[in-house]
Design a protein around this ligand. Structure first.
Ligand SMILES: CC(C)(COP(=O)(O)OP(=O)(O)OC[C@H]1O[C@@H](n2cnc3c(N)ncnc32)[C@H](O)[C@@H]1OP(=O)(O)O)[C@@H](O)C(=O)NCCC(=O)NCCS
Length: 188
């Protein structure tokens, strides 16, 4: 699929869809990323100002144009409300790989929304973007995220010690990987 030149395609699941973020979604992004619980194991501290969410939005557009990061809004199909985001980051076309990122507003945890969203993202990456490998970079204490990746068939590949320093806290990372042939085998 040739990506539309001006936006990300909408990827649909049962209760949610992954859609192109628009300016009016900035308050929803702030709602999600200003929550300390959501940002607990994220690579940047919780937002304090709405302008930080605006800067994220502008960044998403800049990276889309550069083709090195695609970030969708996770929106409820019945209301259109953005309740999270799903990302393909560090897209490396030459090596056909990318890193997955994902977050939900705390009010939407434990309802299976990421169980629905992530297979759609992974399938798009492998079947539409022709990627060969996807990676996950997760704090070993982030059990919900680790469960989400392992449910998809990601394999734990190693521990990278003291890789992130967020808010002055030095954090390890566990690295996960998934290959296209593994994904196709799991879907067959
Ligand atoms: C990572 C994150 C998205 C996971 O959210 P989550 O709600 O645990 O995951 P899902 O949306 O996939 O929901 C799965 C859970 O919902 C439950 N559930 C409830 N209704 C469900 C349904 N209809 N279908 C499937 N699961 C359902 C499942 O039992 C499962 O719970 P379990 O993990 O205790 O087994 C969330 O914790 C988050 O946003 N964290 C902050 C950001 C972050 O750290 N992101 C990862 C960075 S690497």
């Amino acid at each position: 699929m040739k990506l539309p030149s001006d936006r990300l395609p909408t990827l649909t699941a049962e209760r949610i869809e992954l859609r192109w973020l628009v300016e009016s979604d900035v308050p929803a992004l702030f709602e999600i990323f200003s929550d300390a619980e959501v940002a607990r194991y994220w690579s940047s501290p919780a937002y304090q100002e709405l302008s930080q969410a605006q800067a994220l939005f502008d960044d998403i557009r800049k990276h889309f144009r550069a083709g090195d990061l695609y970030q969708w809004g996770v929106a409820l199909r019945d209301t259109g409300q953005v309740v999270g985001t799903c990302t393909l980051a560090s897209i490396d076309i030459e090596n056909r790989r990318a890193e997955v990122g994902f977050a939900l507003g705390r009010n939407y945890w434990k309802q299976g929304y990421m169980v629905e969203a992530l297979p759609v993202l992974v399938n798009f990456a492998f079947e539409e973007l022709d990627l060969h490998r996807l990676e996950g970079d997760v704090d070993p204490r982030n059990l919900a995220s680790i469960r989400a990746l392992e449910r998809l068939g990601f394999s734990r590949e190693g521990l990278l010690r003291e890789r992130w320093i967020v808010n002055g806290e030095i954090c390890d990372t566990v690295f996960y990987g998934l290959l296209r042939r593994e994904w196709r085998a799991s879907r067959a």
